[in-house]
Design a binder for this molecule. Structure first.
Ligand code: NAP
Length: 284
């Protein structure tokens, strides 16, 4: 294996340390404790783990978190009512609705109803628009985490060909949006399930971001020698977490690569805390 392993645990620990210090200073000065309200509908085991990790991270950094658990039978109206209540609660600075929601619920109106200044996931159309125009209020947590990792590793994106596999609103599209911003200055190609000859495109990538949701979708021979490979995927296979990249084969080709677990995942949580702190600061 020749690639440098980009250690998301280590990088996120230093980001969290900084957030903890800033939170302590802000709370002392303003008397306000940044407060994240998380909403979990149903009992999807992976979502429960994600929410618990987010709560723990808040606690460790001096932020308050409150978990609102709703049953799997919750109606759209009940969920919207809870969001309205959290929107109106002046002690809540950030609202997070854990996805995916049970099938009978439509996430779009729910996410649209979160007050944009409490939308710490950065999914609200207003915040997506601001991000795309290069004047962000909150950056979406996972793509922001990826950018922070690249920055930490001194990997410049300027003038590089970045290929993003996946065009979801949560990862793929905002990832491409951040990479193409002035300052990041990458040339970006976005691939998806209808892309023809995807390997021919990924082999041109200086920076390859995989956000597909298919275990080990990216094979070693799809990677240009020396490329930087960012694996966003989190897939559960036989009780093991596996990324979207075939790690061992990819590490033979890449110059740097993120592992799963311990890569992008911890960065996503750190960026959520950052956004919650910023939301609290903006509220005073
Ligand atoms: P998603 O909404 O399912 O989107 C997957 C994307 O991959 C879609 O755009 C889809 O294309 C594309 N795709 C599917 N099959 C493909 C194929 N055969 N060839 C090329 N593209 C294909 O998933 P997501 O929410 O973006 O998440 C992606 C992965 O990241 C998942 O494993 C998820 O668990 C993980 N994730 C991790 C974090 C983290 O913090 N590390 C955060 C969020 C998500 P179409 O649009 O054409 O269908």
């Amino acid at each position: 294996m020749s690639a440098t392993i980009i250690d998301g645990k280590l990088i996120s620990a230093s980001a969290r340390q900084q957030i903890a210090e800033e939170t302590a200073a802000f709370t002392t000065e303003s008397g306000v404790t940044p407060h994240l309200a998380a909403v979990l509908v149903g009992d999807d085991p992976a979502s429960q783990v994600y929410v618990r990790n987010k709560e723990r991270a808040c606690e460790k950094c001096g932020l308050k978190s409150t978990l609102h658990r709703l049953s799997a039978e919750t109606t759209q109206q009940q969920l919207m009512d809870l969001v309205a209540q959290l929107n109106a609660d002046r002690t809540v600075h950030g609202i997070l609705v854990q996805l995916p929601l049970p099938n009978h619920l439509d996430s779009t109106p729910v996410l649209d109803s979160i007050r944009p200044d409490k939308d710490v996931d950065g999914f609200h159309p207003e915040n997506v628009g601001l991000m795309l125009q290069g004047r962000p209020r909150f950056l979406p947590c996972t793509p922001h985490g990826v950018m922070k990792m690249l920055e930490h590793e001194n990997i410049s994106t300027a003038g590089k060909h970045a290929v993003v596999i996946g065009r979801s609103d949560i990862v793929g599209k905002p990832m491409a949006g951040l990479l193409v911003q002035k300052g990041a200055d990458a040339t970006v190609t976005v691939c998806h399930s209808r892309t023809a000859d995807i390997a021919a495109i990924t082999r041109q990538a200086d920076i390859l971001v995989a956000a597909v949701g298919i275990p080990e979708f990216v094979k070693g021979d799809m990677i240009k020698p020396g490329a930087v490979v960012i694996d966003v995927g989190i897939n559960r296979v036989n009780d093991k977490l596996v990324g979207d990249v075939e790690f061992a084969a990819a590490a033979e080709q890449a110059s740097a690569i993120t592992p799963v677990p311990g890569g992008v995942g911890p960065m996503t949580i750190a960026m959520l805390l950052r956004n919650t702190l910023e939301a609290a600061k903006q509220s005073v």
